[in-house]
Unconditional design. Structure first.
Length: 149
């Protein structure tokens, strides 16, 4: 499903360009501390806010190209995809206890196998992706995909 793949692209772009969790020496496999939670929330705010995203990407041609690809493919589902990516990011951060090396490994795996994303999704998030995909398919003049259960 292209929407899953693009969600992974968003996460991948965030992981490769963000310095929020970039220093592995400051994080181990420990529960998230206050600073880690703050960094997570700031990163989620960046994903969720179109204004913050634009500001962060303005000097990054790769990020701008990825964002244009997402907007071109998702159209009016772009913002919900970024919001979903922020939710998935939290799941990954919590699963790895904020360890940037582990998070990068997960994102790298997701980039080569986007279907793995499903293991990080709640049933509600899976339904949201199906609904977003249906909206995109309708907009493109295709029959919506039947829910995979």
């Amino acid at each position: 499903m292209r929407l899953i793949a693009l969600t992974v692209v968003i996460l991948g772009q965030l992981a490769t360009s963000s310095t929020t969790f970039a220093d592995p020496s400051t994080r181990g496999a420990q529960p998230l501390d206050a600073a880690s939670l703050e960094a997570l929330h700031k990163t989620q705010d960046l994903l969720i806010s179109p204004e913050q995203r634009a500001q962060a990407m303005k000097n990054d041609p790769k990020a701008l190209a990825n964002d244009a690809k997402v907007k071109n493919t998702l159209g009016d589902q772009t913002q919900p995809a970024y919001e979903l990516s922020a939710q998935v990011l939290e799941t990954i951060v919590r699963k790895t206890n904020g360890d940037p090396k582990q998070m990068q490994e997960i994102v790298n795996q997701l980039m080569t196998n986007p279907q793995m994303l499903e293991q990080y999704l709640t049933p509600q998030q899976r339904d949201q992706i199906r609904g977003m995909a249906s909206q995109i398919e309708k907009r493109q003049g295709h029959s919506p995909t039947a829910p995979a259960r």
